[in-house]
Design a protein around this ligand. Sequence first.
Ligand SMILES: [Zn+2]
Length: 290
Amino acid sequence: MKKIFGLVRVGVILAVHFFVFYSILEVKWAVGITMAIAGIAYLGGHINIAKDRAIPLQNLDAFYKSKLEGAFQILCEQGNKVGVDLRHLRLYMVPDEQINSYSYGRNHIGVTKGLLALDDGNIAGILAHESGHCLHADAFIKRILFCDITIIILSLSVIGFISTGFFWLVFVLLCFGGLCGGCFSFFITRSLGKMIRCVFTGLQHIFVFIYQITIGIISRNMEYSADRFAAKMDFGNELIFFLSRFSLEENVPRTFRNIMYASQPTASKRIKNIEEYCHTILSQEVKCHE
Ligand SMILES: [Zn+2]
């Protein structure tokens, strides 16, 4: 059921895209653009795996292979206890000494070489968080949203360019017709052309601003949700340990810009979210036993 949840989310989002495109374009264009977005969102994961030079689990050295396999086994065992089958996940090691992890798409998770220095339980906790992202198709959805803003920005650029060109074309035709000409009309046309360009550039900035705010809110919620998934799998303590020990983001100054745009909630907020979730689950279990 959990596996289908991510697919359903992606399906609903793509269906909404299709209907939006269909409302302004012919059906073949609506289908084509929606399929192109789905293709880019899917391939994006594989491109990131290649870009990170991530090594598949089966190709790792014996030490890293056994380390990652051990953590994966703990993850799958915990998954079985709560009725979530995670054996389909494909694991990779990113050759980076920093401590980090990535969900590339619906099935692929990468952990850095630096992260493999932790103990198996902690690695399993991180894998649980990333598998939450995978099952919810978070990376896939973020790439769809990135395609949206790219389409909007490109469309505004093209429309702005065509509008300015059309304006100058009218000016040239009027000049040939003897209805216009001279420095003054050239100055007026140039000023109006600049105004049109400014309007479209302004619109692009507004859309980028809206996108950054929206993606910030969505990403933060995705982090909380992946943390809750890991806590549900009984990795709450491991995640709290990891966040309190290795998160550096608390030292970043909380400017207005990074409060609005930050794609990651602060470690303290994530810890609070996990603790609240664990507390709720615990009180439900106590009520069940009463
Ligand atoms: Zn995450």
